[in-house]
Design a protein around this ligand. Structure first.
Ligand code: CP
Ligand code: NVA
Length: 308
């Protein structure tokens, strides 16, 4: 068995993804019951952050602490990465000392290069192209709230070309739901990522049509990290895709609302929706912790099996 990394959601088979989601729910229950579970004593996670983070950093750090392990926060400001040490060399060095690496960066290729030179599993903590850890938490949250998403309809509104849109596309094909993406011309998803999932994900130009009868409404920021210069233009072009009360009223009667956060009330979502009764965003944020603990167990378990 080759080294297991988690660079995109499709690094997992449908069965493995379901196994991790089931384990996430189990780990959450164990924690709430006050049960100590420390499988990572003596293990270390290195976390490289080229971009800001609240949820990802805290959930990985707390998850490692609860598992009895240790985590290292590494930023380019105070490591040699910021002074031009090649990513390949950093991967070779770090992976001789730590047991797992998480990376949040800009170009997805940088993550792939790191993984190609790493002796230990590498986790995508967000790149410009994918945000698969967030999807673990989102799918877990839907399961807790409404059961299995298979056969359901999810509507994603807003920037169709960002990391969240791409990870939702991959989730649709792995979990067997239909994803309707409503986004303007010029903000459409990566053609290759879309084509790879067949008809699991569809572009529905009219946002009113996209949300009609949907079981889950999702959006994300209009301006992702690294796109700040385009913010004014994006606010104009993406305005018709705002998730507001009128739009939510067209969704199915049991529909829930998700957003990976941070959110901009009055832009991609109104306060009445994100702070309203259909919103599950706080459970979604908490579930980052439980889902990533299950992911880390899975990856280190897979590595242990490889060494046997
Ligand atoms: N949703 C998410 O990844 O949040 P952070 O940017 O705070 O980590
Ligand atoms: N699309 C957003 C997600 C933040 C968690 C970004 O990349 O900034």
């Amino acid at each position: 068995m080759s080294m297991r990394h988690f660079l995109t959601l499709r690094d997992l088979s449908p069965a493995e993804l379901r196994q991790i989601l089931a384990r996430s729910i189990e780990l959450k229950a164990m924690l709430k019951a006050g049960e100590r579970h420390t499988p990572f004593v003596g293990k270390t996670l290195a976390m490289i952050f080229d971009k800001s983070s609240t949820r990802t950093r805290v959930s990985f750090e707390v998850g490692m602490a609860q598992f009895g392990g240790h985590s290292l926060f590494l930023s380019p400001r105070d490591t040699q990465l910021g002074r031009g040490e090649p990513i390949e060399d950093t991967a070779r060095v770090l992976s001789r000392m730590v047991d797992l690496v998480m990376i949040r960066t800009f170009a997805h290729e940088k993550l792939e290069t790191f993984a190609a030179h790493s002796r230990v599993p590498v986790i995508n903590g967000l790149t410009d192209l994918h945000h698969p850890c967030q999807l673990l938490a989102d799918l877990m949250t839907y399961m807790e709230q409404r059961g299995d998403p298979a056969g359901r309809v999810v509507a994603y509104l807003g920037d169709g070309a960002n990391n969240m849109a791409h990870s939702w596309i991959e989730a649709a094909s792995l979990m067997g739901f239909t994803l309707r993406i409503s986004t303007p011309e010029g903000y459409r998803p990566d053609a290759g990522i879309l084509a790879a999932v067949g008809d699991a994900a569809q572009i529905v130009a009219d946002p009113q049509e996209a949300v009609r009868g949907a079981d889950l409404i999702v959006t994300d920021v209009w301006t992702s990290m690294g796109q700040e210069e385009e913010a004014a233009e994006r606010r104009l072009i993406l305005a018709p895709y705002q998730v507001n009360g009128a739009l939510m009223a067209r969704a199915g009667p049991e529909a829930v609302f998700m957003h990976c956060l941070p959110a901009h009330r009055g832009e991609e979502v109104t306060a009445e929706v994100i702070d309203g009764p259909q919103s599950v965003v706080w459970d979604e944020a908490e579930n980052r912790l439980h889902a990533q603990k299950a992911l880390m167990e899975f990856l280190l378990g897979a590595q242990a099996a490889e060494r046997m």
